[in-house]
Design a protein around this ligand. Structure first.
Ligand code: SAH
Ligand code: SF4
Ligand code: F3S
Length: 459
């Protein structure tokens, strides 16, 4: 008699740390392994392959990897006891920065694969099966990577799409130029093909991502005359794709926020009125020491121009407190800049000394308790701005893209144009659709609203 149970496939568990680039890469790795028979596992216990897609940006993020590897060592031993085998791969930015160190500190790791080499995972897995010891691949070859990735399966109505990788800015605190390599832009045709395929699968919102997404530049597509395109032209071009209703992009650098992109924000309705534009600090002395390439005044004027072009734009930013040499007065300048700009949301961090970056070797490192105190003050100001921004939406009617069912029966969760989560009682049939919602309430992390009766009737 034949066994009626389905054939047991292999399983892969992927844990993602860090930024959107890693989220995108993890999704692509899963897609790459599917044809090899790997299904996604929701926990590492018992998986045939575990991939840690790691982040090197701050010390804490990097150290997490080693503690997770300790736990995986035990799971690998448990699996071996039952006659099975668990392979462990470290991918992402820690793999790039500390490949040999990982191999030395964590012999349970079978593969180390950098962010520009993961398209070769299938070969690495085969090699790791043949050979004992580590297999290491941390080459940089961006074009080849995208060429080799399989077509993508959309996971919902909103998707990330990598258009640019790497960074040439060399902020003195940051490891990204070392872990991700030089700035590279994907070409228009490749981006359009990916966007079209996502749209055909029901994706309504794409977020173009890159470490310096607005440094994206490439020749226009075949048949279109003119100079290099910038991100503004790319967004306008993608807006013509049927089905794509919303376009976002992140992370932008103030130095690359050119007139073409500001004009696109003003004129292209599919571009959402939300911009993540990190400034890091408010003091000109610190901005200079960070090698940001602009001062506080330049940033504030830039924001004014953007707001003049798109009055409803909401801003978000990143901040670092306690960069070497930051005095109380410098820190006050950061608070003053935040007061002046007004953010809808923001991320803020204590400066973390990263080996190999110029900042790590600077004198006048700030004491940890001072950093704690500054971070607490900054975060309380940013949080009050965020709450005020959210509360200001009460009574407004906002278009919401419904992304998933809510926790409560009969509820859906979606996103406002300003990236706020919105909880609404709504039928399942509205998943993947953009619908007008009347905002009625705010909770600390979300908005709540109701469908207008017209929308309800149409659903
Ligand atoms: N390319 C983006 C950001 C990449 S890293 C940009 O230029 O804005 C994301 C954020 O991490 C940075 O904006 C910064 O605020 C923070 N960050 C980077 N290196 C850091 C470090 N050494 N210590 C603390 N925060 C850091
Ligand atoms: Fe890091 Fe600066 Fe490059 Fe952003 S622009 S990735 S902060 S070096
Ligand atoms: Fe981290 Fe690498 Fe992103 S260091 S923030 S995962 S580019």
């Amino acid at each position: 008699m034949t066994d009626p149970r389905p054939k047991q496939g292999k399983s892969v568990f992927i844990r993602t740390y860090g930024c959107q680039m890693n989220v995108y890469d993890s999704e692509r790795m899963a897609g790459l392994l599917k044809p090899l028979g790997y299904g996604l596992a929701d926990k590492p216990e018992g998986a045939d392959l575990v991939i840690l897609n790691t982040c090197h940006i701050r010390e804490k993020a990097a150290e997490k990897v080693y503690s997770e590897l300790g736990r995986l060592k035990r799971l690998k031993a448990d699996k071996a006891k039952t006659g099975g085998e668990m392979k462990i791969a470290v991918a992402g930015c820690v793999a790039q920065a500390e490949g040999p160190e990982i191999a030395a500190r964590a012999p349970q790791v079978d593969m180390v694969v950098g962010p520009q080499a993961y398209h070769r995972l299938p070969e690495l897995i085969a090699k790791a099966a043949r050979e004992r010891g580590d297999v290491l691949d941390t080459d940089f070859a961006v074009e080849e990577k995208f060429d080799r990735l399989a077509a993508r399966e959309a996971a919902g109505p909103s998707a990330f799409l990598t258009v640019q990788e790497g960074c040439d800015k060399f902020c003195t605190f940051c490891v990204v130029p070392y872990t991700r390599g030089a700035e590279v832009s994907r070409n228009v045709d490749a981006i359009v093909a990916e966007a079209r395929s996502l749209a055909a699968q029901g994706v309504r919102e794409i977020t173009l991502i890159g470490q310096n997404v607005n440094a994206w530049a490439s020749a226009p597509p075949a048949g279109v005359s003119g100079d290099q395109w910038g991100l503004g032209e790319l967004c306008r071009h993608l807006a013509k794709i049927d089905g794509i209703e919303r376009i976002r992009f992140t992370t932008s650098h103030p130095r690359d926020m050119d007139d073409g992109l500001i004009a696109a924000l003003a004129e292209e309705e599919k571009l959402m009125p939300y911009l993540h534009l990190p400034v890091q600090a408010g003091s000109d002395k610190i901005l200079k020491a960070m090698n940001r390439g602009h001062n506080g005044e330049h940033y504030v004027r830039l924001i004014e121009r953007i707001r003049a072009a798109r009055p409803d734009i909401a801003l978000s930013g990143d901040f670092i407190v306690g960069f070497p040499g930051e005095t109380n007065e410098d820190f006050e300048a950061t608070l003053a800049l935040v007061e002046e700009v007004g953010y809808a949301s923001a991320y803020s961090f204590k400066y973390s000394r990263r080996p190999g970056t110029p900042g790590a070797a600077m004198g006048k490192q700030v004491a940890e308790d001072e950093k704690d105190a500054r971070l607490a003050r900054l975060q309380s100001l940013l949080e009050s701005q965020r709450q005020a921004f959210n509360a200001a939406q009460i009574g407004a009617e906002l278009p919401v893209l419904f992304e998933k069912p809510g926790r409560n029966e009969g509820q859906l969760v979606g996103r406002s144009p300003y990236l706020q989560s919105v909880h609404v009682r709504a039928p399942h049939s509205l998943l993947g659709k953009i619908v007008k919602v009347k905002i009625e309430d705010v909770t600390p992390n979300a908005l709540a609203g109701a469908l207008s009766s017209k929308e309800e009737a149409a659903a």
